[in-house]
Design a protein around this ligand. Structure first.
Ligand code: NDP
Ligand code: HSE
Length: 437
């Protein structure tokens, strides 16, 4: 039975996500009211252009360009306008006015979460953000609640759908990066500025959010190591395939213990890496996302689904809306995310990983020994070596594909530097990390 007063919901944005949030909120009004124990009354929708083309499900009379006035009378504010400003100021104002806020804005959270969470905590409101990472996939709530009593060891995710689509098309159809990017653009997968996707910025924002939550600390976006997919070649994709791997743009975070190189901390990074074709993340095709979590007691968990899309993202927003609305009905302050661990974000040199390095070397006596000596000098153990010979008659060269055992990234970087200045190495054709072995 519904006894509580109607809750006033303000929606900021009526684009791909906002349009679907409005539609679902209006279509499912009665069912949502029954679940929450209060009616959810959409009091207005802030947009830039009142005359813009909209889904016919959006009542024109709810549209306004005065977002500031709209939020002031709301119990819950949903921010799906994107960008830093005015979203940041509006969220601050809404929280300070006592509203709970739901946002899908990964760029804003990755840059200003501490400030916004602090404001929420001061006033006892709550900031919800399930949709900000991997859209429809529930990953924030599992980390925040289901795994709250466990210890997360590591998260490895495919959290950018457009780059996964591009790499998948290169792998499955042998397309060039450029051709696959054209397809992804035509399908509307890439951000307005494609650099955000292909240079790893979007994935870096998402892993900064996940790392902060998983390790109870503040992870600064500027400390996230970021490499994109723009230098991945069809030759690397083909070589990966021949050797039982697939290349994926991975977002990884993990806790690193203190060692001879420094204090304990968190590593958060984004880079293309080889993963074995039998690893669960290898089966994530097209524009899908997946997040693979390793926790001390729970073991390995994988969360899979659509990482973008209007209705998919709206599903996560509405999940947050029901939680926020129930809290209003039941009462009690918002729950802040804990940043008690206060760990530094460590440089990439502190991680331990393995590399696969492809080299072109002179086909002469002593070359292999010289190459092996470079690895040994830097304390990097070689796991596999494959050699093939080209130009057998004139100017013979050998291609070496060297896989290493796990080593410190700093040691692997030193190996690559030494190889690039070695007289026996003609060129280094590929250097790529290996994950999930
Ligand atoms: P859109 O660009 O489609 O929509 C943005 C909406 O916000 C538009 O209705 C726009 O108004 C309105 N808006 C923008 N700036 C202002 C402003 N200054 N004042 C008032 N209204 C404004 O974005 P999306 O719906 O795609 O994305 C929204 C958010 O969700 C972003 O933070 C994005 O990162 C996040 N997200 C999106 C996903 C997706 O698949 N699209 C997936 C996961 C997260 P108008 O219509 O008049 O231009
Ligand atoms: N550009 C993002 C992607 C959209 O490709 O995954 C969802 O955040």
């Amino acid at each position: 039975m519904i006894e509580y007063r109607p809750l006033r919901i303000a929606l900021l944005g009526a684009g791909s996500v906002g349009g679907q949030v409005a539609r679902l909120l209006l279509e499912n009004k009665n069912e949502l009211a029954a679940r929450v124990g209060a009616e959810l009354e959409l009091i207005g929708i802030a947009v830039r252009d009142l005359n813009g083309k909209r889904d016919s499900a959006i009542p024109r009379e709810l549209l306004t360009t005065d977002a500031e006035a709209l939020i002031m009378t709301a119990d819950i504010v949903i921010e799906v306008m994107g960008g830093i400003e005015p979203a940041r100021t509006l969220i601050r104002q809404a929280l300070l006015a006592g509203a709970d806020v739901i946002t899908a804005n990964k760029a804003l959270l990755a840059n200003h979460s501490t400030e916004l969470f602090d404001v929420a905590e001061q006033v006892g409101a709550q900031l919800y953000y399930e949709a900000a990472v991997a859209a429809a996939i529930p990953i924030i709530r599992p980390l925040r609640e289901s795994l709250a009593g466990d210890k997360v060891i590591r998260i490895m995710g495919i959290v950018n759908g457009s780059t996964n689509y591009i790499l998948d098309r290169m792998d499955s159809e042998g397309l060039s990066l450029e051709a696959a990017m054209v397809e992804a653009t035509d399908l509307g997968y890439l951000e307005a500025d494609p650099k955000l996707d292909v240079e790893g910025y979007d994935a870096a924002q998402k892993i900064a959010i996940l790392a902060s939550l998983a390790f109870h600390t503040e992870v600064d976006l500027n400390s996230v190591h970021r490499e994109g997919i723009t230098s991945i070649t069809p030759a690397q994709i083909a070589s990966a395939r021949e050797n039982g791997y697939v290349i994926k743009l991975l977002a990884v975070c993990e806790k690193i213990e203190a060692d001879e190189d420094g204090e304990a901390g968190v590593s958060a990074r984004v880079y293309p890496a080889l993963i074995p074709r039998e690893h669960p993340l290898a089966s994530v095709r097209k524009a899908f996302n997946a997040v693979f979590v390793e926790a001390e007691a729970a073991g390995e968990l994988m969360f899979y689904g659509a990482g973008a899309g209007g209705s998919q993202t709206a599903s996560a927003v509405l999940g947050d809306l029901v939680s926020a609305a129930k809290r209003h009905v039941i009462g009690g302050p918002g729950l802040a995310d804990s940043a008690h661990a206060d760990l530094p974000t460590l440089p990439i040199s502190r991680i331990t990983t393995s590399y696969q390095i492809a080299l072109e070397v002179k086909d002469q006596p002593g070359v292999l020994a010289e190459v092996a000596n470079i690895f040994a000098t830097h304390n990097v153990s070689v796991e596999t070596v494959e050699q093939s010979i080209a130009n057998k008659r004139q100017n013979p060269t050998a291609q070496l594909l060297i896989g290493t055992h796990d080593a410190k990234d700093s040691a692997l970087t030193a190996v690559v530097q030494a190889l690039s200045s070695s007289k026996v190495v003609d060129s280094i054709t590929s250097v790529i990390r290996v994950e999930g072995n």
